[in-house]
Design a protein around this ligand. Sequence first.
Ligand SMILES: Nc1ncnc2c1ncn2[C@@H]1O[C@H](COP(=O)(O)OP(=O)(O)OP(=O)(O)O)[C@@H](O)[C@H]1O
Length: 270
Amino acid sequence: MPITVHTHSHMEVNNLSWSTSSKKVLDDLSFTIEKGQFVGILGPNGVGKSTLLRCMYKYLTPDSGEVLLNNLNVSAISHREFASKVAVVLQHTPVGFSMTARQLLATGLINQQKWWQRINQVAEKHEIDRVLSLVGLTSKADQIFESLSGGERQRLLIARALLQKPEILLLDEPTNHLDVGYQVEILTLIKSLEITVVATIHDLNLASAFCDKLLLLRDGRLIKSGTPAQVFTPASIENIYGIKTEVDSHPQGRHPRVTYHFDGGRHAAV
Ligand SMILES: Nc1ncnc2c1ncn2[C@@H]1O[C@H](COP(=O)(O)OP(=O)(O)OP(=O)(O)O)[C@@H](O)[C@H]1O
């Protein structure tokens, strides 16, 4: 059985902008993330998806606008308080020194003790074994993180985030490196937690199947938002990605299915 956390947490982004010295990366974004929603942030490479997540988890401070967690500006929330509600899985998470999978997971257990004091306690060992099993890594428990495959690392980092029992999970391309079996399995697991999830995601069909709401970005601006059925039309996909598609209903009937036309894509000569 997955770890179930009933969430009461929600987020709101109001008029958020962020720039480098030479480029406006995020331009006046506003949207809400309702409690329990699974929200996908989509858009081509370089449009600002990861930067938006960085603002949402307090790594970057917006130039203007605000990010609210449960109606409080995140800049006014201590890192400890924030981490008790929000867990983050990044694309490239630096792991400081050689740790086994089990040791890395122990760093995700939030309480007053140091992870090396917690790791052998029975209840916590049980929790760690449980999440290892959930992400299919039981046999890798004592393997050094750096020696795991890309997909195994990704699953381990998701498992560590789950151990935090967050009310909100922020994920930067969670399916990166995962084979199709694990893409579906991990997203199904995350969805089953019924917590609030915000994920950047490139795969339109996975976004369609798992997300309640999609935010479509282009050049740092929010172009369209809504349910997959509202957002995924051939016109909006061509507008954002410059490719032609067919959009029909998935055979399982609950969400749109996007099929790409292979005519060279947006950089093809016309
Ligand atoms: N600290 C920074 N300094 C300079 N440029 C930056 C910085 N952070 C982000 N950028 C630029 O802002 C743009 C958006 O980057 P971001 O990583 O948010 O894009 P993305 O939509 O997540 O892309 P991808 O789909 O490729 O992961 C890119 O052009 C990136 O080079």
